[in-house]
Design a protein. Structure first.
Length: 306
């Protein structure tokens, strides 16, 4: 089944509670299942400089919708909540065993549930022995506090080391990915983001990992003049890919956003794009991409526009 994941990063900050509830309701009505959040969302938008607001909104929504917890799957993360609000991501909590356990207990309290369906290492932390990090996650899975384990913003080789230490209990990888690609080696504006590369796709395909991708629509850059691409995308390949994307969207009578999502969903490996939306109408647009199919010629044209 092709899956689009609802990104809840801005719930409780830029998107207020009433608006968040409307988006969550529409997502489930349209057959959505996975909701992705983190214990640090969205600290940079809140006066306190601390996160947890997205989880709180999701928890209140679940409490107000009896039986809803059985219909959705919750994904949350640990590792990037600031320990000092004034320093933000320069003072991330990290991935020590005590932090991993206490953070999940806090997430479960805010979410109002006894388990999550996916628990991610939000960022890698090389200051802590990998065996300690992996052991802490494995213990939580053994206790039934999380159904699955994943690694976000972590190099593939490091994920494979973690899998070896956990008997392959880590089953998902989450990275930044979209149809347009930044210049090789170019710095992204968000220094904590890690990009999918061709070898990442090969790794996920070969090892059977689920690949989740964030920022698949590059903050609204497809088709919105008020959301320009960041400098890392300034290269001739972007122009060629945008031309192929525009032609394909016109041919299908679809939006560029929908074609990008269809390209991701139908790729090899297929990915689970994490998509945020500020209105139910925008959510309807992106969810419609699940039914959009690219024929082999359209996919070839998109793939070869480099």
């Amino acid at each position: 089944m092709t899956e689009i994941v609802l990104g809840a990063m801005l719930f409780g900050t830029r998107i207020n509670e009433q608006e968040s509830f409307a988006l969550l309701d529409r997502f489930v009505e349209r057959g959505g299942r996975w909701i992705d959040t983190a214990n640090n969302y969205a600290f940079w938008l809140h006066p306190s400089g601390l996160g947890g607001h997205s989880e709180q909104v999701i928890g209140r929504w679940l409490a107000a919708r009896p039986g809803m917890r059985d219909r959705v799957r919750i994904s949350t993360k640990v590792g990037a909540e600031p320990t000092d609000p004034a320093r933000g991501l320069d003072a991330m909590e990290g991935l020590s065993a005590p932090v991993i356990r206490s953070a999940l207990i806090g997430s479960l309290r805010r979410l109002g549930t006894d388990h999550v369906d996916m628990y991610w290492a939000h960022v890698e932390d090389r200051s802590v022995p990998l065996a300690e990090t992996v052991g802490a996650f494995s213990d939580l899975a053994a206790e039934g506090l999380t159904a699955r384990l994943g690694a976000s913003n972590t190099p593939a080789w490091r994920v494979e080391q973690a899998r070896a230490l956990s008997d392959n209990k880590w089953t998902a990888l989450q990275l930044r990915h979209s149809y347009l690609q930044p210049r090789p080696g170019a710095a992204l504006e968000s220094w904590s983001h890690r990009q999918v590369f061709p070898e990442t796709l090969d790794y996920a395909r070969t090892c059977g990992l689920d690949l989740w991708t964030y920022s698949p629509l590059i903050n609204g850059a497809y088709g919105r003049a008020d959301r320009p691409l960041e400098e890392a995308y300034a290269h001739p390949g972007t122009e060629r890919r945008l031309a192929a994307l525009t032609a394909t969207a016109d041919e299908l009578g679809a939006t560029q956003n929908q074609v990008v999502l269809a390209w991701l969903l139908g790729g090899d490996p297929a990915v689970l794009p994490i998509v945020g939306a500020s209105t139910p109408e925008r959510l309807d647009e992106v969810l419609a991409a699940r039914d959009l199919k690219l024929d082999p010629e359209q996919r070839r044209r998109l793939d070869e526009a480099n």
